[in-house]
Each structure stands twice: as C-alpha cells, then as structure tokens.
Design a protein around this ligand. Structure first.
Ligand SMILES: Nc1ncnc2c1ncn2[C@@H]1O[C@H](COP(=O)(O)OP(=O)(O)OP(=O)(O)O)[C@@H](O)[C@H]1O
Ligand SMILES: [Mg+2]
Length: 276
C-alpha cells in the first residue's frame, strides 16, 4: 500500500517518463527544430512567416520574468506574444500558458494567432485537443484563452501569463491572475496600447520595479505608412492619436475635459473669457 506521498511521486515519475517518450517519438527532425527554437526563438517567428522586428526579436530572446510592453496600435504586439506563448508550449513540456484579455473574443483571437503560427511551422508536436479557447499538445503543454473575469483566473498554474490590452483589464483580474505563477515561478508579460492615466498598467508602467519595459510607437513600425498616420491624426484628433499611436497615456477617459483644461479652469491665473 503506497502512502499519498509515494502515490504522488509515482504519478510524477510516470508523467516525466511519458513526456520523455513523447519527446523522442516526435516526427523526424522535430526534436532538432525544438532545440533550434529554444536557442533562437526569433527563428520560430520567421518559420511562422513573419520576420521579427528588432523589438519582437528582443522580446522573444528575453528571459526576464516580468515584462511590460507599451505599444502603438497594429505594431505587432499580439503577434510577437503569440510566438512567445508557442515557444513556451513547445520548449517547456507540461507547461500552461494563460492568455488573458478584457473580453473573450480578444483572448481567443490571440490564441488563434498561436494556432495559426503553429500550423505554419508544421505542428512538430502532435495536437491532443484544439478549440477556440485551448490548444493542448502531446508534450503535456497547453495554451488557454481566458476572458478578463476575476473568477476565471482561479485554479491555474501558469508558466507564462500574458495579459493583452492590459490597460483595459480591471485591477481585480490582474490581482487574481498573478498568484497563478506563484508555484511555477512563471513569467508575466503584459502588453497594451496607452489608455487612461489610471489602473494597474499605468501605475506599473510609470512606477513598477523589476520589469523589462519595451516601448514601440507607430513611427517605429516599418509596416505603418506615414500618410496613414497623418490621416489618423486628422481623424482622431491630437489626444486620441497620441494614445493610440504615440504611447501617450490620456487623461482619465471618464473626465470630459483634459487635465490641462481643468487645471486652467480652476486656476486663479487664468482670465475668464467672458465677464469678469
Ligand atoms: N514582424 C512582422 N512581420 C510582418 N507582419 C507582421 C509582423 N508583426 C505583425 N505583423 C502583422 O501586423 C498586423 C498587426 O499585428 P498584431 O495584431 O500582432 O498587432 P497589435 O499590435 O496586436 O494590434 P492591435 O493594437 O490592433 O491589437 C497583423 O496583420 C500581423 O500579421
Ligand atoms: Mg493586439
């Protein structure tokens, strides 16, 4: 009769043996490819059909446990992070990667990028289960897409926790999600376009310690033409354009007026336009 501890040990040993077996049974050349991706993660992105921009390559090569990315619209932040998720699933057998976004469609869209990239590289590890919200591989790894709801964050242990559109994910979701990395000592990667000057992402970006910070504006992206930015600027106005494309945090969106306007309105130095 085995003690509970011996039972756990036996299960862990069997799982480890199973994973080793699966690794060696992979289709021809797959083991070498995984070793290549582990050593050179940018190669995973180029094999998936996208040559990484320098900052995307830097993200993929980084091993920092905590990363904040402040990026303009459409520069490729979700694409880069989807490759990071795939790299984790492939090179850390048995790992769970959790993809969180404000609403389910955004989380599943990110997972779709992971699956598309995985298909593009020829699926070197067999897929056990695939749905709109999860990808499970035969090496024991899985990638899960979760909507930004506090109660959905419980009961996972994450090797990699990704928070997309982070400035729009409520504080209680991040607070509930962070402990999922406590045991695994996993990585935390939050990516966002600038938004209001409030909430945890703004606070961590401006005051947080021990983060790798990556900042990419639309002007840094070779795929966004200057003429498109000029027309967006006209269409959106300065303040919204600066948030969307230049990484400038706006004033709290609940406020109708910009902070400067409000300060001017309450300042005794400002002469009233009418009366007085
Ligand atoms: N290195 C790259 N090479 C070629 N195309 C790329 C690269 N990175 C991203 N793209 C393409 O750019 C487009 C935008 O990418 P993505 O959705 O990852 O950007 P995003 O910053 O997450 O955008 P959003 O702000 O709308 O969420 C996609 O069509 C994607 O395939
Ligand atoms: Mg995105």
């Amino acid at each position: 009769m085995l003690t509970p501890l011996q039972q756990v040990r036996r299960t862990l040993t069997r799982n480890a043996e199973r994973l080793d077996r699966l690794q060696t049974q992979m289709p021809g050349g797959a083991a070498e490819r995984l070793a290549l991706y582990r050593a050179n993660p940018a190669r995973l992105m180029s094999d998936a059909g996208m040559n990484p921009d320098p900052w995307q390559a830097a993200l993929l090569a980084s091993t920092e446990p905590r990363v904040l990315m402040l990026c303009a619209r459409q520069v490729g932040k979700s694409s880069a992070v989807s490759i990071l998720a795939l790299k984790t699933a492939l090179t850390q057998p048995g790992s769970t990667t959790t993809l969180v976004a404000p609403v389910e469609e955004q989380a599943t869209e990110l997972l779709r990028k992971v699956v598309t990239a995985y298909t593009a590289i020829g699926r070197p590890v067999p897929v056990l289960r695939e749905s709109a919200t999860r990808l499970e591989l035969a090496n024991g790894s899985r990638v899960l897409a979760l909507p930004g709801k506090e109660r959905r964050m419980r009961s996972y242990t994450s090797a990699l926790l990704v928070i997309d559109e982070a400035a729009r994910v409520p504080d209680d979701v991040v607070n509930a999600a962070s402990p999922t990395m406590a045991v695994s000592k996993g990585r935390f990667v939050a990516l966002s376009t600038a938004f209001a000057k409030s909430g945890w992402f703004f606070k961590e970006w401006t005051e947080g310690e021990n983060y790798l910070r990556l900042s990419v504006t639309a002007r840094d992206c070779p795929r966004i033409p200057a003429e498109f930015l000029a027309s967006e600027r006209r269409k959106l106005g300065e303040r919204w354009f600066a948030m969307e494309y230049l990484n400038v945090f706006g004033d709290d969106v609940a406020a109708v007026f910009a902070g400067d306007d409000i300060r001017a309105a309450v300042s005794g130095d400002v002469r009233p336009l009418f009366g007085g």
